[in-house]
Design a protein around this ligand. Structure first.
Ligand SMILES: [Fe+2]
Length: 185
């Protein structure tokens, strides 16, 4: 190879390498389950058989969470009739272990959509504000996870700092805070 050809080759090497990298990136973003919602700790305060309701708790700052349950296989097919079992602490930072305050189960509709209204849970024991959920649907493994809130300073001190973006909810609204949480099974 002549020197000038060699220099030309050296010149285009970074382009070749970049091309490989970006193609590899596209592949890794399109693999099956790339959008899958990650598991998170169940913690010690879950109680089975919470009542079915979409208004879970009213004593505190109102918060509405809405979203869609979707197949992680293609990131878009809705999952109808999925049960979302929700629990969180009350405004005093404690979980109701005697009854079912701060607890409720609801179901997705034919389009996979759901919503519930509850309170903006306070932080407790140095943890960031969070809501626990278990999601059950025919044909899928049960998913136990937690959702967090964007801008919460306690996230960095907690395992929550590793949560993927879809589990860190951005809130809008003042009187009633609103956020979207899409769940990929
Ligand atoms: Fe908790």
């Amino acid at each position: 190879m002549e020197r000038k050809d060699f220099l030309k080759l050296i010149g285009i090497l970074p382009l070749i390498i970049t091309g490989v990298k970006s193609r590899a990136g596209e592949v890794s973003n399109s693999v099956e389950g790339a959008c899958k919602t990650n598991r998170d700790a169940e913690g010690p305060f879950y109680k089975a058989k919470a009542p079915e309701r979409t208004v879970i708790e009213t004593d505190g700052t109102p918060l509405t969470i809405a979203g869609t349950v979707l197949h992680a296989a293609d990131c878009k097919t809705p999952v109808a009739n999925a049960i979302i079992d929700v629990w969180h602490c009350r405004k005093n930072g404690e979980y109701d272990m005697e009854g079912f305050k701060g607890r409720g189960q609801l179901k997705t509709d034919a389009k996979g959509d759901y919503s519930f209204t509850t309170i903006f849970p306070p932080p407790y024991s140095g943890r960031p504000r969070h809501i626990h959920v278990k999601v059950r649907a025919n044909g899928f493994n049960e998913l136990t996870t937690q959702l967090y809130f964007e801008g919460d300073p306690n996230i960095q001190n907690d395992f929550a700092r590793n949560a993927e973006k879809s589990r860190v909810i951005a809130l809008s609204g003042n009187d009633v805070k609103k956020g979207t949480f899409n769940i990929y099974l």
